[in-house]
Design a protein around this ligand. Structure first.
Ligand SMILES: Cc1cc2nc3c(=O)[nH]c(=O)nc-3n(C[C@H](O)[C@H](O)[C@H](O)COP(=O)(O)OP(=O)(O)OC[C@H]3O[C@@H](n4cnc5c(N)ncnc54)[C@H](O)[C@@H]3O)c2cc1C
Ligand code: SF4
Length: 483
């Protein structure tokens, strides 16, 4: 329930942010303890979906105006508004590969995650049910699953059908939270290609997916309330949260604090609060995005049922990951470079957007300046990623060999993948991480960190399904039978 005055000054649970990490945590908490009183503090405004579609943007607050930057210029993209990234996201939802969780042991690159694929699997399945994900059963071969996808896969394009026949173990329908079939809340995706502001509401958002949280009378949400810092009563406990609202500073007390303000603002809040963990704020990352257009010779494509239809794993996993990063390829069903101009060939084009895993660099980091503002220091992506890029561009023609390819046009690097990650990584020990495998701060035991900031490596897949599953698990560990 959105409120415009604060009824109480003390809450059992205070949640910072209302994005993926925060909402899925609260969803699970309400399942386990339906009557618990929760206060959610959201920096951005509440914007109905109709307003977002009508105005053509998710929030009037630009992400790059919320922090300062030094070093190599780079665009970090996120939404500051009620619902966070559930508003703007494209709704692609692959799971991480089982080997992504142990890339330190297997490939000597980065850290192992403090939990395994099998530990997270039931929560992946639960998150997929909540979001009514559409996906193919045969993807089980790469990412094993205990429950079928709630919705059938999207219709493949002509390109995907050829790739699937030639590479049945590598090419799959891309899982997504864009409806394949209509549900009570969402119509069927009609492939209109403006997913940030989906005109028909076919993708999962807070507005069509978490009405029970928005309506719950024991979940109070204050919007345009910017959390400044967390207050500690002792070195091991948070006692309250300080925030700015309607031009004044306020304080609320809490028994448990859930921090989900994204991978730039969550570390900034902890730094302003005097936390000094060695890895706090370090390892900010996202994948390196690379785009190509494939001009097709005589093959009319773009007959799939959503904006992106194919996922290809040819460059994803293997011993090569000791030397170069994993790559996840997304085959689009739209035409970001326009239709072909030649008479009769307008649909003979294919856009492929691939994401290359980066290696965490502690010099890519978030700090705060004297005014308390978040500052991003960026020194660039790793040589590990560059080697993968070089290999990809050289070997892409072999992977695309089943297609009638006229020419591959390198469209260059994407300015962002829109995935801010790292900075409060999870791990087994305080020396290599900020939070433990249950996402609880190693020393401050009533502080849970949620969202993509806890990711200790940069897998090549989109991160939000994983952030959702992690939140369900963290809430279960904290409030469920095992707690
Ligand atoms: C254009 C775009 C397309 C994307 N497409 C995909 C996709 O297809 N698949 C995918 O998996 N991911 C996608 N993402 C990424 C996805 O949005 C993020 O991975 C996800 O939102 C991260 O979840 P989070 O909980 O960490 O942060 P968020 O969802 O960003 O939530 C953080 C919340 O904290 C609030 N906040 C920030 N600072 C404060 C403060 N000081 N006080 C109070 N509140 C605060 C924010 O307003 C926000 O509500 C996309 C992102 C963008 C921008
Ligand atoms: S492709 Fe169109 S209908 Fe489908 S989710 Fe995107 S904007 Fe909505």
């Amino acid at each position: 329930m959105i409120i415009d005055e604060l009824p109480d000054r003390q809450y059992p649970v205070v949640v910072v942010g209302t994005g993926f990490g925060a909402l899925f945590f609260v969803h699970k908490l309400l399942q386990l303890q339906p009557a618990t009183k929760v206060l959610m503090l959201e920096r951005g405004p509440f914007r109905s979906w109709e307003t977002q579609v009508a105005e053509g943007h998710n929030s009037h607050i630009r992400s790059d105006e919320t922090f300062k930057a030094t070093g190599i210029p780079k665009f970090w993209n996120f939404t500051i508004a009620y619902g966070g990234g559930t508003n703007c996201w494209g709704a692609n939802t692959p799971r991480m590969h089982p080997n992504d969780f142990r890339q330190g042991t297997l490939y000597g690159r980065g850290q192992d995650w403090p939990l395994s694929y099998d530990d997270l699997e039931p929560y992946y399945s639960a998150a997929e049910q909540i979001m009514d994900i559409s996906g193919p059963d045969d993807l089980h071969r790469i990412t094993p699953r205990s429950l079928p996808y709630p919705q059938p896969p999207h219709r493949l394009s002509a390109v995907d059908r050829i790739m699937k026949t030639a590479q049945p173990d590598m090419h799959f329908a891309l899982p997504s939270a864009r409806s394949r079939v209509a549900t009570k809340q969402r119509p069927q995706c009609c492939a209109s290609f403006d997913c940030e502001h989906c005109p028909i509401g076919a993708k999962f958002t807070v507005h069509n997916g978490f009405a029970h949280i928005m309506d719950a009378t024991n979940v109070l949400t204050l919007v345009e309330a910017e959390v400044i810092e967390l207050e500690r009563s002792s070195p091991s406990a948070i006692s309250g949260v300080r925030f700015r609202w309607r031009g004044r500073e306020h304080r609320v007390g809490c028994d448990v604090c859930v921090l989900g303000a994204n991978a730039i603002h969550s570390p900034a809040i902890l730094l302003r609060s005097g936390f000094d963990d060695p890895l706090l704020g370090r390892g900010l990352n996202e994948q390196l995005g690379v785009a190509v257009e494939v001009l097709l010779d005589g093959l009319d494509s773009m007959d799939g049922s959503t904006i992106s239809t194919g996922a290809n794993y040819a460059f994803y996993d293997g011993p090569f990951r000791a030397e170069r990063g994993a790559i996840f390829m997304v085959f689009d069903n739209d035409f970001p470079y326009g239709l072909r101009k030649e008479f009769g060939r307008w649909r003979q084009t294919l856009s492929i957007r691939s994401a290359i895993a980066d290696e965490l660099n502690d010099e890519n980091r978030v700090s705060v300046n004297e005014q308390g503002e978040a500052v991003v220091h960026y020194v660039g992506n790793s040589a590990y990623t560059e080697r993968a890029l070089e290999h990809y561009l050289e070997h892409l023609p072999q992977v695309l060999a089943p297609l009638p390819v006229e020419r591959i046009v390198d469209k260059g690097l994407r300015r962002t993948q829109s995935h801010v990650q790292g900075t409060l990584r999870m791990g087994a020990r305080p020396a290599d991480s900020v939070v433990d495998d249950g996402q609880i701060h190693h020393h401050v035991r009533n502080l849970v960190v949620v969202g993509t900031s806890v990711m200790p490596t940069c897998p090549p897949v989109q991160p939000s399904l994983t952030a959702a599953a992690l939140s369900l698990r963290a809430a279960d560990l904290m409030f469920g039978a095992q707690s």
